[in-house]
Design a protein around this ligand. Structure first.
Ligand code: FE2
Ligand code: FE2
Length: 284
């Protein structure tokens, strides 16, 4: 079956990450930026078509009920990282980073800038939620820029035209500015499209400072942290904490081009860091 027809249009999950990194390339002109479609190959475009069409409010609520109770068993952070590394797609082992290498690369860039230990740890954890793919979730329910379901779609989201195929777009109560939400109700009450951000936030929230929780939960919410969309759903705490989400984003986007991390050399540091914040095993 062709990739376009099934639920895995991306050759590798990282194709979405690469698209976002290209979209937010630092030296882009306004015009290049608006013309984002030039950066999206057919598989990325098809991925967004599926993501925007299928992430309904009901879907988001169902997936949160399924995963956020954390009843899939106990595993250590390291077991989860090893598990994520088994995500084998069409990546080229000579040039493409493994999932753990992306996590370490992000964390190392944060560490080099002298940020606190919990910030470095957050870099190491941030994409562990992509194990959702190994649980059998389609790509469109694991990655992709997140957006609120149950209220009007911002035109700051890429490929906004694909929302026309989302059944929620036919429900008038979901298409007003606030939709089912109250003004400035706080993002905790808002159902963002489901994906790896929400899952890693829920699994680790008990163990991390609030700044880290925000970074994990909203790192793919580009419409908000890059374009200030949906500020009318945020409360003051969200506004304050989004400073940290913004601080985190460049490390996620731009650490990829750097040299391959020397995993064996730095592993002892990360083992110490993980055990400083987490017990041996946590609920997933
Ligand atoms: Fe991510
Ligand atoms: Fe990432």
């Amino acid at each position: 079956m062709s990739r376009i027809a099934d639920n895995a249009p991306l050759k590798q999950l990282d194709e979405w990450d690469d698209f976002v990194a290209t979209r937010y390339r630092q030296d882009k002109s306004e015009e290049e930026f608006r013309n984002y479609k030039a950066d999206a190959n057919p598989t990325v475009t098809e991925f967004y078509r599926q993501n925007h069409a299928y992430q309904t409010l009901d879907f988001v609520k169902a997936k949160k009920a399924e995963y956020c109770a954390l009843n899939r068993g106990k595993k250590s952070i390291w077991e989860m990282a090893e598990y994520l590394n088994t995500l084998v797609d069409d990546s080229d082992p000579d040039t493409d980073l493994t999932q753990i290498e992306h996590l370490l690369q992000t964390a190392e860039a944060i560490r080099k800038d002298g940020h606190p230990r919990w910030f470095v740890l957050t870099g190491f954890l941030h994409d562990l939620g992509k194990v959702l793919c190994l649980y059998g979730e389609p790509q469109w329910a694991v990655v992709g820029d997140t957006f609120p379901a149950g209220c009007g779609y911002s035109d700051q989201i890429v490929f906004p035209e694909f929302f026309a195929a989302n059944p929620d777009s036919k429900i008038p109560a979901y298409q007003t500015k606030y939709g089912i939400y109250e003004p400035n109700c706080g993002l905790d009450k808002v159902h963002l499209s489901f994906g790896h951000d929400e899952y890693i936030f829920q699994a680790t929230r008990k163990y991390l400072p609030e700044e880290a929780q925000y970074m994990l939960r909203y790192h793919s919410f580009y419409a908000a942290h890059r374009h200030d969309a949906y500020c009318y759903l945020m409360n003051e705490q969200d506004e304050r904490m989004f400073e940290w989400v913004r601080k985190f984003n460049p490390y996620d986007l731009y650490s990829k081009g750097r040299e391959r991390p020397k995993t064996q050399d730095i592993l002892p540091y990360y083992e110490g860091l993980v055990s400083e914040f987490f017990p041996d095993k946590i609920d997933w």
